[in-house]
Design a protein around this ligand. Sequence first.
Ligand code: NAP
Ligand code: HSE
Length: 434
Amino acid sequence: MDAVSVKKVALLGMGTVGSGVYEILEKQKQNMTDKIGCTLEIVKVLVRNKEKYAQKVPAEKLTDQWSDIIEDDSIDIVVEVMGGIEPAKTYIQEALEKGKHVVTANKDLMATHGHELLDQAKAHQCDLLFEAAVAGGIPIIRPMKQCLLGNDITEVMGIINGTTNFILTKMSEEEMEFEDALRLATDLGYAEADPTADIEGYDAGRKLAILASIAFHSPVTFQDVYTEGISKITAKDIRYAHELGYEIKLLGIAKLVEDGIEVKVHPTMIPLHHPLASVKDAFNAVFVHGDAVDDAMFYGRGAGALPTGSAVVGDIMDIARNMQYHCTGRIGCSCYRKIPVKVMKETRSSYYIRMKLEDRAGTLAALAGLFGSNNVSISMLIQKAKEGNTAEVVIVTYDVKEKQFMDSMTVISTMSMVKEISSVIRVHHVEKEE
Ligand code: NAP
Ligand code: HSE
């Protein structure tokens, strides 16, 4: 009987994701041969501080020297779960140069340098897989690159940041204000000590760039994505949204329209009956529209040691199987065309505006007239509350070009009867019935 082949793996990083990968690979050892026809062995684990990991990893495997990995020709697969751009990028490039296959969970890196790294992998007939880089444990990259390849995908829309979804869920269900919900997210370990990347939409923006590139077969990088976070959302806006039949979610929206690609991350009011409205807590979901499949939604845990480790280990096992069948390097960068990315002011949306107006005859007519003269059509106008001589008004517009809407808001904000523009939130598709 032939000896079972052993593929050797080096882990770069042993933090949240690295420890999940380690645990899953240990647990899967018994069934590995039945599943992929070979076994996997973690032979090296790179960290900065070896002492910190002495209880978790046998001493002979732990290293703080990259040279122990890159100079070891017996290592087949390098798994980068350190994060950040450098030295992760250099290590991945050096690994590919040496013909080592790579798995990474690094969205920061893939959203900016993914195309270059994938081309490099292909040139060396290596696999570079990154399923965990978007929406943690949810399979979405492989489904889009493979299972949905027979589609022209025109829209990808998702809740791709768990921290902000947790915060918005608390604001929606428990009427918490943003700061209190953020504090709770931090106390429970969802939000990091510096939560900027999550709450300002940068984390979601990186994931959206990766999704848009794959969906539309055209390069989109993080720099192309418009990002706006959730820190200005109030419990009152969420309550009003409910009254109007909407939920507020931080959505990543990528659309292929006639004259380009729209890629934006911002708080969005979506109808309560939309499947994304019921995605709660730290869960993620990605909604894909293709011409053949119609609508498909992928739901699950977007972060955490085991869910993210699940995606990373899936990639490692896929590579090991490809090695067995001598078919590595099959799926590289899927961008075969270059479609322009539209600037934000050229994209379209509907808008919810909450404002305080002077409560006197003619105010609403003047406001409606000004919107009208900029071709902004109003779908709904409700007077919510009155305080002395001031009325709180909520307006929802139909779909309009961002530039037209923003131009009218610039003028409106200077009108003497407008006492305060309290919030502006984009609304998902309010289209006129013809
Ligand atoms: P983490 O908990 O901060 O762990 C990072 C690990 O990498 C630590 O073991 C650290 O070792 C090591 N490391 C960092 N820089 C290093 C360097 N220059 N040389 C050697 N070792 C280094 O990070 P994580 O949450 O596991 O995230 C890892 C990656 O997965 C990131 O790209 C992240 O965006 C992505 N990701 C994370 C999640 C999640 O749920 N956490 C989900 C999806 C994707 P020391 O402790 O010795 O510094
Ligand atoms: N910080 C991310 C989130 C998880 O809150 O979804 C890692 O991608």
